[in-house]
Design a protein around this ligand. Structure first.
Ligand code: AP5
Ligand code: MG
Length: 222
């Protein structure tokens, strides 16, 4: 199964992608996580991406297309879920080109809809594990011990681009450059809209119901 998951900053893309990947045996391909790993490793790519990420702007299309199409080619046969890519119409067109070249197709596009006023609260409350990538929230998805990852005991951190002014620009960038891209997929009748204002478990239940139905109509081995 091959899925694209779309949504504004804080819509819950990372949270839901991790659950979907675990449930259906898919590889979670997060463009943001890949860029953060490059930054942590001080690679040339990580250094190039840094200023864009820290100001809430998009990293140039050609850079993202190369990284993500490469990751897709290496993904296991069971499939993948894309988180944070594509993000512009140009990236979507290039993704289609790469999929066609590799005789692959996207099965569905899930679009998480969240009201703008909820974004800042969710993001300022987010804490992540720098080792395993687990995502928590100090208000509604708390770790068992304050500030410590349940899975591996690592101290949780806040992302460097989660400052209020950067979050505001990420949201603006989303509305200007990514939201118009949703129509690109809508025109192919591939988009399933999900109300992501609900709590994370309710959102997962809606997604699993949709994907279970999709699995029944196809011959996926999961
Ligand atoms: P990226 O890392 O993709 O960031 P983002 O799109 O801003 O989204 P977030 O990761 O902040 O939010 P999320 O939707 O994953 O929410 P999460 O599940 O964590 O990109 C970062 C940067 O990299 C970009 O700004 C850009 O510079 C660059 N970049 C990346 N991809 C690119 C591309 N394709 N092209 C160009 N540049 C690119 O949840 C947030 C919080 O809310 C958590 O605390 C969570 O616990 C909580 N939460 C989740 N769901 C719920 C719920 N339903 N109810 C209540 N709380 C919830
Ligand atoms: Mg994320």
């Amino acid at each position: 199964m091959r899925i694209i998951l779309l949504g504004a900053p804080g819509a819950g893309k990372g949270t839901q992608c991790k659950r979907i990947a675990a449930q259906y045996g898919l590889q979670h391909l997060s463009s943001g996580d890949i860029l953060r790993a490059e930054r942590a490793a001080c690679t040339e790519l990580g250094t190039k991406a840094q200023s864009y990420m820290d100001s809430g702007e998009l990293v140039p299309d050609e850079v993202m297309v190369e990284i993500m199409t490469d990751a897709i080619k290496k993904a296991p046969i069971a499939g993948f879920i894309l988180d944070g890519f594509p993000r512009t119409i140009n990236q979507a067109v290039e993704l289609d080109r790469a999929l066609t070249e590799n005789q692959l197709e996207i099965d569905t596009v899930l679009n998480l809809n969240i009201d703008d006023h909820l974004v800042a609260t969710r993001i300022t409350g987010r804490r992540s594990c720098p080792r395993c990538g687990a995502v928590y929230n100090i208000e509604n998805l708390k770790p068992k011990v304050d500030g410590i990852c349940d899975k591996d005991g690592t101290e949780l951190i806040q992302r460097s681009d989660d400052k209020p002014e950067v979050v505001a620009n990420r949201l603006k960038t989303y509305h200007q450059q990514t939201e118009p891209m949703v129509d690109y997929y809508r025109n192919n009748s591939m988009v399933y809209d999900i109300d992501s204002n609900k709590n994370a478990d309710k959102v997962s239940a809606i997604i699993f119901e949709k994907l279970d139905a999709l699995v029944k109509t196809q011959s996926y081995k999961i």
